[in-house]
Write a protein that binds this ligand. Structure first.
Ligand code: SAH
Ligand code: SF4
Length: 432
């Protein structure tokens, strides 16, 4: 979501006449887009800001040019004025629902005169999407936010507080943005939302529509070759959405469906609306709809009260589903969330041990799946140049990174590739 937000911010600043540079010393404005989901992500901001301030001072001394430093995103929403207290050189800070106001804020904060730091963490009544300029493709693969915020309030999670209440963009707006992405070079669209499958946007006649409807409409766009959607909440996997995995051939056979824990006791304490057997039933239905589907998940280890037996239940789910990819994290105590004040917190050492065990198991399945791809032919979308000359990197339908030696003219194309080698994290192949 942050990659998508950053690309919309870049579109907006380009409209204002700015150009992108990756070298800070050349930049009049430096922007940090931030994540608050785990403590580590939030802390990183302050060390990055410190570095940016040093370059700001050096630039001023050497060239006499001032720099505007801005922070946007979820850390701002959570920390509010604390950002300015900890880093007073920050010129402005905007929450994730306010970044459309950047051009306005820049008018207030001119480089020429002294100004107060500006902070805005409102949850506006009118959607920011109504104010953003026309989007452009982010490349052959583009993200498209269709839903934002969350009403689920899992007890460990900051999202409902930082991104606010759930909001779905209207169908027509999504289709317009999707068409523009395809017209400007996108072959693959990843529909995004913190809870994407609870999408309930209005159609052209004011009727509420779900994600299954939207996927079918997006699939009709001429020139679009691939669709994905991320991240889904298990309890919102409706039967018609599962059917899309059978009926929409450009919907990729890969689904990220976070279970978090395999223990029903922990899932309840997490306030998830599913237990482990509900989850396994959904996976079964998905595999029936498309026997080739590959599953992915998020896991949290060391949630308050997690015992060895609870952790074993998580490993049992992994052994049952055999994920082809996954993300796993140690539980991180987030201020303001109910789990942060639960009194049965798990020791850091235990969290680390469990994470190691879980990751080894997850990697073994990922590796097994990657090895099983050797000898298969897959359509791969190449959208990046590799480190070596003549090398391109692309994505298989299963989101695996695959590199080949090929003509650089093949960039931004889908090519059939025979997989020739595999590691846990990537594949190699040759054009056929
Ligand atoms: N809406 C999605 C997840 C979005 S947040 C869902 O419900 O599944 C992305 C991931 O960050 C989560 O799936 C979770 O695994 C992780 N996460 C969120 N809060 C966390 C915390 N306090 N500690 C550790 N991981 C966390
Ligand atoms: Fe966070 Fe996902 Fe739970 Fe919403 S459903 S509170 S985004 S983990």
């Amino acid at each position: 979501m942050n990659v998508y937000d950053s690309s919309r911010i870049a579109d907006m600043l380009k409209n204002e006449g700015y150009e992108e540079t990756l070298k800070q010393a050349d930049a009049d404005i430096v922007l940090f887009n931030t994540c608050h989901i785990r403590e580590k992500a939030a802390e990183k901001l302050f060390s990055d800001l410190g570095r940016a301030h040093l370059i700001e001072l050096e630039r001023l001394e050497q060239t006499g040019k001032k720099t505007i430093i801005g922070v946007v995103g979820c850390v701002v929403q959570a920390e509010d004025n604390q950002i300015i207290k900890r880093a007073p050189f920050v010129d402005f800070a905007l929450g994730p629902l306010m970044y459309h106001t950047i051009p306005e804020v820049l008018k207030k904060i001119s480089l020429e005169k002294e100004h107060e730091s500006y902070v805005n963490t409102d949850f506006p009544a009118v959607s920011k999407f109504d104010f953003l300029p026309e989007n452009k493709a982010q490349g052959a693969c583009s993200y498209l936010a269709i839903q934002e915020g969350c009403d689920n309030f899992c007890t460990y999670c900051v999202v409902p507080y930082t991104r606010g209440a759930e909001y779905s963009r209207p169908v027509a707006e999504v289709l317009k943005e999707a068409r523009r992405l395809v017209d400007t070079g996108t072959l693959e669209i990843n529909l995004l939302g913190q809870n994407v499958n609870s999408y309930h946007g209005e159609d052209e006649n004011g009727k509420e529509r779900n994600l299954a409807y939207l996927l079918n409409r997006v699939a009709e766009i001429d020139g679009l070759k691939r669709i994905r959607y991320t991240t889904s909440y298990p309890a919102d996997m409706t039967d018609d959405l599962i059917e899309c995995h059978k009926n929409i051939d450009i919907l990729m056979p890969y689904l990220h469906l976070p279970i978090q824990s395999g223990s029903d006791k922990i899932l309840k304490a997490m306030n998830r609306r599913h237990n482990s057997s509900d989850y396994l039933r959904i996976v079964e239905k998905l595999k029936k709809a498309n026997p080739n589907i590959g599953m992915s998940s998020d896991f949290i280890v060391g949630f308050p009260g997690e015992t060895d037996a609870d952790f074993q239940a998580t490993l049992d789910v992994v052994n049952e589903v055999k994920y082809i990819q996954a993300f796993s994290f140690k539980y991180s105590r987030r201020p303001g969330t109910p789990a942060a004040v639960m009194d049965n917190q798990v020791e850091e050492k235990v969290k680390k041990q469990r994470l190691d065990i879980l990751q080894n198991l997850l990697f073994s399945y990922q590796d097994k799946f990657n090895q099983s791809c050797i000898g298969k032919v897959m359509p791969v979308l190449f959208d990046q140049k590799g480190r070596h000359k003549g090398q391109l990197i692309g994505r298989t339908p299963y989101m695996q990174n695959l590199h080949i030696k090929t003509d650089s003219a093949n960039i931004n194309k889908i090519i059939n590739v025979e997989v020739t080698d595999a590691t846990t994290n990537s594949l190699g192949g040759k054009e056929i």
